[in-house]
Design a protein around this ligand. Structure first.
Ligand SMILES: Nc1ncnc2c1ncn2[C@@H]1O[C@H](COP(=O)(O)OP(=O)(O)OP(=O)(O)O)[C@@H](O)[C@H]1O
Length: 221
């Protein structure tokens, strides 16, 4: 499903270039839930941005389900994100002028595949039903996070990229949302790549990689 080969990514830092990912390799096929941990600044979000085709590597190749996304044009990348990806990033990027229900339906509408019953079941499971007519600015951080999760799953994407999906939740809600995330991804056959600082959450994935010094290493718990 995901094949990353010799990927390098660097950023300009003053007069120097700072290498973030160095000849990074990753090959995951049968594992459905992949967790990535690493110190702050190690490059986890950078890696997710490459997998989301919002940024390109300096060199190397990235394949998702046989699509060579590292070579995509802007319009191919747009299509890929719209059709195949669910995104839960640290900034929730909810649309301010749409209520909760319309925010959640948005990606499914673009793909003309709004399954109202399924979306209502997502709302129920995430405890959002009572909030469906509210505007994003009237929600707490944790509520916005759950809306972002429901929105990411609404069109049953092939791949869900989640950056700290439980970061704004208390322990009880964090557990609940993590359970739901794993369960819904399994149910919809959605491949999950999860970036987290929580070792407890990472250990629940099928495989756990640590990103350090620009490379990933498989953790054997
Ligand atoms: N667009 C950019 N331009 C310049 N530097 C960047 C850019 N994006 C990220 N960086 C730098 O790359 C490094 C890795 O950032 P990244 O956000 O990928 O780390 P992270 O592991 O996700 O961190 P955190 O756990 O704190 O979210 C950091 O030093 C960051 O300052």
């Amino acid at each position: 499903m995901i094949q990353i080969h010799k990927v390098n990514k660097s950023y300009q830092d003053g007069k120097q270039r700072k290498s973030i990912l160095i000849d990074l390799e990753l090959s995951v096929q049968d594992e459905k839930h992949v967790a990535i941990t690493g110190e702050s600044g190690s490059g986890k979000s950078t890696l997710l941005h490459l997998l989301a085709a919002v940024d390109k590597p300096d060199s190397g190749t990235i394949k998702v389900d046989d699509l060579l996304i590292s070579q995509f044009s802007t319009s191919q990348a747009d299509d890929y994100r719209r059709q195949h990806l669910g995104l839960v990033f640290q900034r929730f990027n909810l649309i301010e002028c749409l209520n909760v229900w319309d925010n959640i339906c948005f990606p499914a509408r673009i793909n003309s595949q709004v399954e109202q019953d399924y979306i209502q079941s997502l709302l129920d499971e995430l405890g959002l039903s009572a909030l469906k007519n509210k505007m994003p600015q009237a929600l707490s951080g944790g509520e916005q996070q759950r809306v972002a999760i429901a929105r990411a799953l609404a069109h049953k994407p092939k791949l869900l990229l989640a950056d700290e999906p439980t970061g704004n939740l208390d322990d009880k809600n964090s557990d609940k949302v993590a359970n739901l995330l794993f369960r819904l991804c399994t149910l919809n056959n959605t491949f999950l790549v999860l970036v987290t600082h929580s070792l407890q959450l990472a250990k629940r994935a099928d495989c756990h990689y640590l990103l350090r010094n620009g490379r990933l290493s498989l953790q054997h718990e």
